[in-house]
Write a protein that binds this ligand. Structure first.
Ligand code: HEM
Ligand code: HEM
Length: 189
């Protein structure tokens, strides 16, 4: 490995899952909102997101150190301490997700899971776009699922915009490049 490019921060699994999530999430979202009335392709994109979320959660328990939830999910004390220094105009010097970023990571995985679950049980009563698990539950649940699916998709959009804005803030304000390590895996230690 070239020594000038730093040490490995993100393993290949984290990186591939992240960029696959970006693609499949954008596809699922775009097909849900702007795709054809027949939502088969939307469902496939949603299953892809589901597979990625499941793999990322498993990897959070068995993957290398920086991928593990136990290494980056912190209590309120650490979150507040980190947040207090967030406005400082210097790099965070965190090796891995910082305690505030960790809230986003866990939060977005949870909301993605709810988005997928609500899709699986949703029944728009149009006889074509029925979620594959809707037939196993009452119509109360299928209606509830349907009524959650759209607001959750808006919430996810807002979270993703905040995520990208935060990364821009680190770049421009704190002079810290988070994107290159998520691509190459490497960061100067
Ligand atoms: C992260 C994954 C997903 C995202 C981001 C997503 C997003 C969306 C969006 C934005 C819409 C349009 C909502 C509207 O404007 O009314 C939609 C509709 C829909 N989605 Fe998903 N979805 C996901 C996963 C799934 C899955 C896994 C399923 C089921 C297998 C599913 C089933 C549906 C159905 C049935 C509708 C139509 C609802 C209606 O007719 O009002 N979605 N989705
Ligand atoms: C082009 C758009 C995006 C860029 C440039 C981007 C960039 C990044 C970067 C740099 C990190 C690492 C943050 C750190 O150092 O702590 C990250 C992490 C993460 N991002 Fe994104 N992101 C994008 C879109 C998304 C989207 C659309 C989602 C989900 C719907 C998402 C979910 C995540 C998650 C879950 C992590 C944690 C990674 C892990 O530990 O596996 N990102 N992103």
């Amino acid at each position: 490995m070239p020594s000038g490019s730093g040490e490995q921060l993100w393993d290949p699994v984290v990186r591939v899952l992240h960029w696959a999530l970006v693609l499949s999430f954008a596809t699922a979202w775009g097909l849900g909102k702007f795709g054809p009335d027949q939502m088969t392709l939307h469902f496939y994109a949603g299953y892809t997101v589901a597979a990625i979320v499941v793999l990322r959660v498993l990897w959070g328990f068995v993957g290398p150190q920086t991928a593990r939830f136990a290494s980056f999910v912190k209590g309120p004390g650490a979150v507040l301490r980190y947040a207090r220094h967030l406005p400082d105009r210097k790099p965070s010097n965190t090796w891995g997700h910082n305690p505030v970023g960790a809230l986003f990571v866990v939060g977005v995985l949870l909301v993605l899971a709810l988005q997928i679950l609500s899709g699986l049980f949703a029944d728009p009563e149009d006889y074509i776009n029925v979620g594959p698990l809707a037939q196993y539950v009452s119509s109360d649940i299928t209606r509830k699922a349907l009524s959650l699916h759209e607001p959750l998709s808006t919430l996810l959009l807002v979270m993703v915009i905040a995520h990208i804005a935060a990364i821009g803030f680190y770049r421009r304000w704190k002079g810290e490049d988070l994107v290159t390590p998520m691509i190459t895996g490497r960061k100067k230690g």
